[in-house]
Design a binder for this molecule. Structure first.
Ligand code: NAP
Length: 252
């Protein structure tokens, strides 16, 4: 029987890497996607295999359709797809909307929104019972910013995550009878390198005292929520958007 496989986009660092470690520890074979930093992806694969797990690293920009097709073709070669974690996401330096270039907007929306929808499309084509698949789960990475709007920082990023909330609900209903559950987590401030990539390496330390729990969350704390949404324990949960934000932005 073909081995079951889960794709984690942006699985090489941060929240995605924690998801890969935990899935592999639970006996799932993981396809660790990354964009540029092959060193981090290779290191993670070595770590997972040393711990007795199964993982393969695949380069690919989720904002590029050819790369997405290649990623899923690779999954087909390795086993039967039963899960997708749409985790790859990018932000940019703090700017007002009246300063943003089209190049910046294209990058944010093609990775965060188009990438997630293209990957979901490929996953549904493989997992849906409508297409002869055996079902599966999709978890999308939203953000508390979809409710906050992130003024003077990155309204573009926040808007892209608003699209993820909407896509989660719509796709969940579209495939509810086809053996696929679609959910999202909406993290608050999580201690990863994404803040440095947005030009604010001290963001976590600076914001900590303003957060409800007086601390940022860890990648592991978000990954635990994702693993639950993917598990059979969540068998009646679909279209849910779970705030994993330590109380930040929990009101609608
Ligand atoms: P991170 O530490 O910056 O890691 C990003 C990961 O995504 C890396 O593995 C990176 O690969 C990969 N990646 C970047 N662009 C990609 C692309 N075009 N195609 C494929 N992979 C790509 O990020 P994180 O903080 O773990 O965030 C993960 C997700 O959670 C994102 O969707 C983010 O928006 C969301 N989130 C994070 C926070 C937070 O505070 N950290 C809060 C709310 C939501 P390379 O190493 O090759 O670049």
């Amino acid at each position: 029987m073909s081995e079951e496989i889960v794709i984690v986009t942006g699985g090489s660092r941060g929240i995605g890497a924690s998801v890969c470690r935990k899935l592999a520890a639970n006996g799932r074979k993981v396809l660790v996607n990354f964009a540029q930093n092959s060193g981090a992806a290779d290191e993670l694969v070595v770590e997972i295999r040393a711990a007795g797990g199964a993982a393969v690293a695949i380069q690919g920009d989720v904002g590029n359709e050819a790369d997405v097709l290649n990623l899923f073709a690779e999954a087909d070669r390795l086993g039967t797809l039963t899960g997708l974690v749409n985790n790859a996401g990018v932000l940019d330096v703090a700017q007002r909307v009246d300063e943003m270039s089209l190049e910046r907007l294209n990058r944010i929306f093609s990775v965060n929104v188009l990438g997630s929808i293209l990957c979901a499309r490929e996953a549904v084509r493989r997992m849906s019972t409508r297409h002869g698949g055996k079902g599966g789960t999709i978890v999308n990475l939203g953000s508390a910013s979809s409710k906050l709007g992130s003024p003077n920082q990155y309204v573009d990023y926040a808007a892209s995550k608003g699209a993820i909330d909407t896509m989660t609900v719509g796709l969940a209903l579209e495939v509810a009878q086809e053996g696929i559950r679609v959910n999202a987590v909406r993290p608050g401030i999580i201690d990863t390198e994404i803040h440095a990539s947005g030009g604010a390496p001290d963001r976590v330390a600076e914001l900590q005292s303003k957060l409800p729990m007086k601390r940022a969350g860890s990648a592991d704390e978000v990954a635990d929520a994702i693993l639950w949404l993917m598990s059979d324990q969540a068998s009646y949960t679909t279209g849910a958007i779970l705030d994993v934000s330590g109380g930040r932005a929990i009101l609608p």
